[in-house]
Write a protein that binds this ligand. Structure first.
Ligand SMILES: Nc1ncnc2c1ncn2[C@@H]1O[C@H](COP(=O)(O)OP(=O)(O)OP(=O)(O)O)[C@@H](O)[C@H]1O
Ligand SMILES: [Mg+2]
Length: 377
């Protein structure tokens, strides 16, 4: 596995050394897969779903064919079919005996093949004559993979299939029945749009109802992340105090991506010890890089919507957006206007509804950097 240039990578998976904790989640997912259970993996954005899937793949061992597919990149069933075939091909490419069988089968479909110049992975494009031919192809690919022994297919951002223009409900039902027929292949359906994914798996009207085990992942605890950060600084003969680490974790609101981003900057600037000045410079650098897009964002909505967004940022968490307290503190007028603005901000995924430990829901700005930037203005 390639080594990252900095022990706090912000893209990709570089092996367990650069991955903080998630031992419990990893074991529970592996145990489910080994015992024939399919999974749904829920988490808010940038908490570490995709990373965890690759971490699980890393630990499953060579016997397993591990297929990863980001459904968000498929805008239609045809895209999905092509991407799935390419993902299976890439997954079995490490295993020469089955690779030959899969390749021979795929060549009969006359694909146009190319290599992604960035990742080196294979891409392919087949010009399907009909929807029916696509279904047959997916079915054959899955059955072939199934005949190769244990395997797992992770369909990341699976809720995206709802956005396909074709009849996605019928595809959902068909896929569910295909999944059911496989003996050796397990599925991980993951996504960050909780309401869409949860509707697919928890509504009795939907084909995937009650067919999976749900795994929810949350923030990595502060003590675990502190130990991880300290270890990597020490490993490079650098120092960082617990106070500085606390500041990083608090600023990032415990969000994995933001902690990694902040640590990546601080690490790159540290020669001996991470000082408060280095932390401050890192934050200013992050703001400077995002400023233009935030200014563009402010002009893409009404002044009132921007004020509601700012009010939520200033509060951090808002449990009752229509409470008198909140409205008067920020001079927001009527509760009906707040609700309308909130609907707009939620639909653009600028504001997210989360559940706290007690199960109470609250609103928070999704992009923590934007939240911090609005707070300091
Ligand atoms: N346990 C971890 N330890 C260290 N870094 C992690 C960990 N989990 C994720 N990361 C890093 O944090 C960033 C965000 O993680 P990831 O992409 O897995 O999140 P996600 O929940 O899939 O996000 P999205 O909702 O955008 O798809 C990535 O750069 C990843 O490398
Ligand atoms: Mg992801």
């Amino acid at each position: 596995m390639a080594e990252p240039f900095n022990p706090f990578p912000i893209y990709g998976y570089f092996g367990p050394t650069y991955f903080c904790n998630r031992d419990r989640e990893k074991s529970s997912i592996i145990s489910a897969l080994q015992n024939g259970r399919n999974l749904t993996l829920y988490a808010p954005r940038r908490i570490g779903k995709t990373g965890l899937i690759h971490h699980v793949f890393h630990h499953l061992g060579k016997k397993w064919n591990c297929v990863y597919l980001d459904v968000q990149e498929a805008f239609s069933f045809k895209d999905f079919t092509n991407a799935l075939l390419a993902a299976v091909l890439n997954a079995v490419s490490k295993n020469s005996s089955v690779l030959k069988k899969f390749q021979d089968w795929i060549l009969t479909l006359r694909p146009v093949m190319s290599a992604n110049p960035h990742s080196g992975s294979l891409q392919l494009e087949i010009d399907f004559a009909s929807d029916a031919q696509q279904r047959t192809t997916v079915k054959e690919a899955l059955r072939l993979l199934d005949s190769f022994g244990p395997g797992v297919i992770a369909l990341d951002e699976f809720q995206q299939i709802n956005a396909w223009d074709k009849d996605s409900v019928s595809i959902e039902g068909w896929l569910r029945s295909e999944v059911q027929h496989l003996k050796n292949i397990r599925f991980i359906f993951s996504g960050s749009q909780f309401h869409l994914l949860s509707e697919m798996f928890n509504s009795a009207k939907r084909p995937f109802y009650a067919s999976t085990q749900a795994v929810a992942i949350g923030k990595i605890t502060a003590p675990d992340y502190t130990a991880f950060i300290q270890h990597h600084f020490k490993d490079n003969r650098l120092k960082i105090g617990t106070e500085e680490i606390n500041q990083i974790i608090n600023w990032a609101d415990g969000n994995t991506y933001n902690i990694q981003l902040f640590c990546n900057r601080v690490f790159s600037k540290t020669r001996k010890e991470a000082t408060p000045e280095i932390l401050n410079d890192s934050i200013l650098e992050i703001y400077a890089e995002n400023k233009l897009s935030y200014l563009a964002l402010s002009t893409s909505m009404s002044k009132y919507q921007w004020r509601v967004l700012t009010a939520i940022a200033l509060e951090g968490k808002v449990y009752q957006t229509t409470s008198k307290d909140f409205i008067t503190r920020h001079d927001l007028g009527s509760s009906a206007s707040v609700l309308r603005a909130l609907e707009f901000l939620t639909s653009r995924e600028l504001v997210y509804q989360y559940l706290d430990e007690a199960g109470k829901s609250y609103y928070e700005i999704y992009d923590i950097i934007l939240m911090r930037w609005l707070q300091k203005k």
